[in-house]
Design a protein around this ligand. Structure first.
Ligand SMILES: Cc1cc2nc3c(=O)[nH]c(=O)nc-3n(C[C@H](O)[C@H](O)[C@H](O)COP(=O)(O)O)c2cc1C
Length: 267
């Protein structure tokens, strides 16, 4: 019992210490450590235990250089020694189904999402395992945004689509903990508790102050904010970071790629 409590205390402390790391030392991640991290990662729960995902490990500097542009030039892709790409993968399962003379049900969007959820759950297990080893990680949302280019560079067959990525390496920074919305904003008891407008704005107040101050403190981000003429954090989100145009473009590209990868049957 005491050992359980000790483990829980250490685990909670470590997990609550999480921060995304974007600057890395060139030190390599030993193969046995990466293997241990990935083996822990793949113990994650999986829908129907189909394990409809694959993880592509990219260590080769030249290949990471090729992946830099699809990852929108994020330097950590080439500076961290390990890049992991987590893919929704029904290719393997469908081949097994065909070889076993079983009917195939998996060429659709539901299958893509089942595999994507598996992939993301494994990614977070890997992230926690890597952090437990003292390494830093950062997710790469650009994996989904550039799924077709990344899929091509990684040689993914049909029915495999990259959904998220992680870089991993020895941290070369110790950024402050990022804010989170209050517990009450995120956790509902029994039924959904939709706050009125004032209560909702109050839930975002701390985020607004912390997030806005962070942008203004960084000279480059401040210039972006001033150039865009935005006055608050919500405006920054939807006029600079996550514009409607970006969302439309990425959604269109994603749907095209899902069709190409046989995850969207013709109607
Ligand atoms: C799915 C996902 C995609 C992300 N993509 C990126 C990314 O492309 N670049 C980046 O610098 N951070 C990325 N992040 C990290 C978030 O910005 C970060 O988790 C958030 O700001 C909270 O900060 P923290 O992780 O340090 O607590 C991503 C996080 C998630 C979960």
């Amino acid at each position: 019992m005491d050992a359980t409590a000790d483990f829980a205390a250490v685990f909670h402390t470590r997990a609550r210490h999480h921060r995304s790391i974007r600057r890395y030392r060139p030190d390599p991640v030993p193969e046995y450590v990466l293997r241990r991290v990935l083996e822990t990662g793949i113990r994650a729960s999986s829908a129907g235990n189909m394990q409809a995902y694959s993880i592509v490990v990219t260590r080769e500097p030249a290949r990471r250089q090729d992946l830099l542009a699809p990852h929108f030039g994020q330097r950590m892709v080439v500076e961290a020694p390990v890049l992991l790409t987590f893919c929704s993968d029904f290719h393997r399962m469908r081949r097994w189904v065909a070889l076993s003379e079983a009917p195939d049900s998996f060429g659709d969007a539901f299958a893509f999402l089942v595999g994507a959820i598996d992939a993301v759950i494994v990614a977070q297990n890997v992230a926690l395992a890597a952090e437990a080893e003292g390494y830093g990680i950062c997710y790469l949302g650009t994996t989904l945004a550039s799924c077709r280019d990344i899929g091509r560079l990684l040689g993914l067959p049909r029915n495999v689509v990259p959904v998220t990525g992680l870089v991993m390496g020895v941290p070369d920074e110790e950024p402050p903990l990022r804010d989170r919305l209050p517990y009450e904003a995120l956790v509902h008891h029994e039924t959904y508790d939709d706050p009125d407008d004032d209560a909702l704005l109050a839930l975002y107040r701390e985020r607004e102050q912390a997030g806005w101050a962070r942008y203004l403190a960084d000279p480059e981000l401040r210039r972006t904010v001033e150039a865009a003429g935005v006055r608050n954090l919500a405006q920054l989100y939807t006029t600079v970071k996550y514009t409607r145009e970006l969302h439309r473009r990425v959604t269109g590209a994603l749907l095209d790629y899902l069709r190409e990868q046989d995850f969207l049957p013709e109607p």
